[in-house]
Design a binder for this molecule. Structure first.
Ligand SMILES: [Zn+2]
Length: 268
């Protein structure tokens, strides 16, 4: 599951290269839109809302995509070789000089631009959006009450943009076990502020560095570091599954720096 800053960066790069250009060819490889042709439309811009990405065209249409688990947009100079297999392509948008290819996109739909808001109405404040509202995000987090913090942080209706990496790193940096009920978190506002800081710090980078050290194996405090010593206390980092809205999501934590509030943690 990509983090919000990954989607933000994809939109930023697409927008920088393509805003104002005219489409010379489009190819939608999903049955519902297979016959749609947007040739000759101008691209007004590309933007992100949480993990949703919107292309906006000058005929009042928007292309809405969501990356879900591993979807992505690539941008190529025309004629360059794709870095993913063609059968995974769901949409190809071409201008005179560029080719944007959306791969493995489970959500791809053409909607009226003025209905975009409805599409993302369920989202909480967008951590990287222009109308970020920390107080509103904090209130929504507090309202999670008995929900474990690790689960609440992934809930995009609380705030939009956090994925597994930031979830784990935020819990670690606040010294909170991911199973801690939100109502036991002493300072929810500080959790929200930290989330904002981490996503902003990484938004121009393809990686999610939380330690300040952009080196392999050192970029994260706990994420991806199972059984390795905690960078602060040396205790082996643990890894488990946490049930989030019915599906298992991986979680890493240091049992010493993040004392447990729950005995039902199952190691794997
Ligand atoms: Zn530790």
């Amino acid at each position: 599951m990509p983090e919000g800053d990954t989607v933000w960066l994809a939109a930023h790069n697409l927008n920088r290269a393509l805003a104002g250009q005219t489409l010379t060819r489009t190819d939608f490889r999903v049955p519902r839109f297979a016959t749609v042709d947007l040739t000759a439309r101008a691209i007004l811009g590309v933007g992100a809302r949480g993990k949703h990405l919107f292309w906006r065209f000058d005929d009042g249409l928007s292309l809405h995509t969501h990356f879900k688990m591993d979807g992505t947009w690539h941008l190529y100079r025309r004629g360059r070789r794709w870095r993913a297999p063609a059968f995974e392509a769901r949409a190809v948008l071409e201008t005179e000089t560029w080719q944007a290819v959306g791969f493995r996109l489970p959500v791809l739909e053409l909607i009226a631009t003025d209905t975009e808001e409805r599409t993302v109405a369920h989202l909480g404040p967008d951590l990287l959006g222009p109308s970020w509202d920390a107080a509103e995000a904090t209130a929504r987090l507090k309202a999670c009450a008995e929900t474990p913090l690790g689960e609440a942080l992934l809930d995009q209706s609380v705030m939009a943009g956090i994925g597994n990496v930031y979830k784990c790193e935020i819990c670690y940096l606040r010294g909170l076990d991911p199973w801690t009920p939100v109502e036991m978190v002493a300072d929810p506002g500080a959790v929200v502020a930290l989330a904002k800081r981490l996503l902003e710090a990484n938004r121009y980078s393809a990686r999610h560095v939380t330690t300040g050290i952009d080196r392999p194996g050192r970029a994260h405090w706990v994420y991806g570091r199972r059984a390795q010593p905690c960078l602060r206390c040396g205790t082996p980092i643990r890894k488990a599954d946490q049930l989030v809205q019915g599906s298992k999501r991986v979680v890493y934590w240091c049992p010493s720096c993040q004392p447990s509030h729950n005995l039902k943690v199952k190691e794997r």
